[in-house]
Design a protein around this ligand. Sequence first.
Ligand code: CTP
Length: 400
Amino acid sequence: MVLAGKTVVLCVTGGIAAYKAADLTSKLRHQGAAVRVLMTESATQFISPMTFETLSSNRVVVDTFDRNFAWEVEHVSLAKAADVFVIAPATANVIAKAAHGIADDMVTTTLLATKAPVVIAPAMNTGMYDNPVTQQNLETLRQRGFHIVDPAAGRLACGDTGRGKLADTPDLIWGIEKALTPQDMAGKRVLVTAGPTQEAMDPVRFLSNHSSGKQGYAVAARAAMRGAEVTLVSGPTALDTPNGVCRVDVVCARDMHEAVLARAETQDMIIKAAAVGDYRPAETASEKLKKGDGELTVTLARNPDILAELGQKKRPGQLLCGFAMETQNLLDNAADKLRRKNCDMLVANSLRDKGAGFQGDTNLATLLFADGKQETLPLMGKDALSDIILDRLLGLAGGV
Ligand code: CTP
């Protein structure tokens, strides 16, 4: 939704990846953005302006010698129209010019004039990309607040293998959305846990729960989009790793305990959305258990309570957010959990409420705070709830 109603000025420069900018144009339009395309003359050698004109429903501005428009005015008006300015693919040449303020064509003059956030997606031969001068130019741009969408590694059109492939369209879109999103969590280190745990009985069976991981993944994704440095400790889920998130996979509660505790100290916020198994089979059989005629009794051993331990070890300034999923006495149980585990905030939801819970894309939650305040939220998407959770934690961090 970030892109809806926004104007993206997309500059296409001359590289073989220019054809991928057509897909980007199309996907940006699908998301409700208006796209104004600028091409360097060399880009037109790789792909026709007509392609972008058709996809964007706007006239493409091409930097040719055949100037039948007042480009001095045009470059200023495009610079002003841009909510976000994107160069994809960006050649080593345009990156070098951007880093040094050279303005000798439509793309670079418009870039110099714009006040919009700038996204640069490099694409070039590996040797050119790895060259220290290109890396230094990119660093200069990064320092100046440009958003760089790193190229992928793989086989390049020139036959070399290495870094330099233009990032895929979803990654480009993510970079553009991030550039449009206030980076109010920049500099914050956030650890999120998500998903179920699996407690093995034998090599083929385990105890687990219905957690999909969606809420925790949504929190991690939104925090990364807002500029935080995010670690996601995840139990087994079917979900893709959100962009910009460092994911650590675990299986059982004891693994999660180890992974979280090893990283907890340096975190500003820890958000424990995982549905951690409280018990595990006391013994894990090394071979598959064979059935007998009678009943099978399994003895369960207690797992460590990760959140409670984090609550005990919490350092000053660190914020701890727990989750509580209940089937009865929601608010009393949740308030008790918040106190017992020394949380700053607790997200409570009831499995009995329609639209709340494990598998869906919506949630119905009440937020509880250490000072006794409560905030009951309406039914909303897990992304929207994630933003509210992060807003409230930022509020607590700032003493608001
Ligand atoms: N949690 C945890 N470690 C556990 C169990 C739970 O860190 N071994 C965390 C969850 O990630 C969640 C919160 O504690 O943030 C609440 O989980 P829940 O299972 O509802 O709480 P319990 O303390 O286990 O209470 P009960 O099962 O008795 O309701």
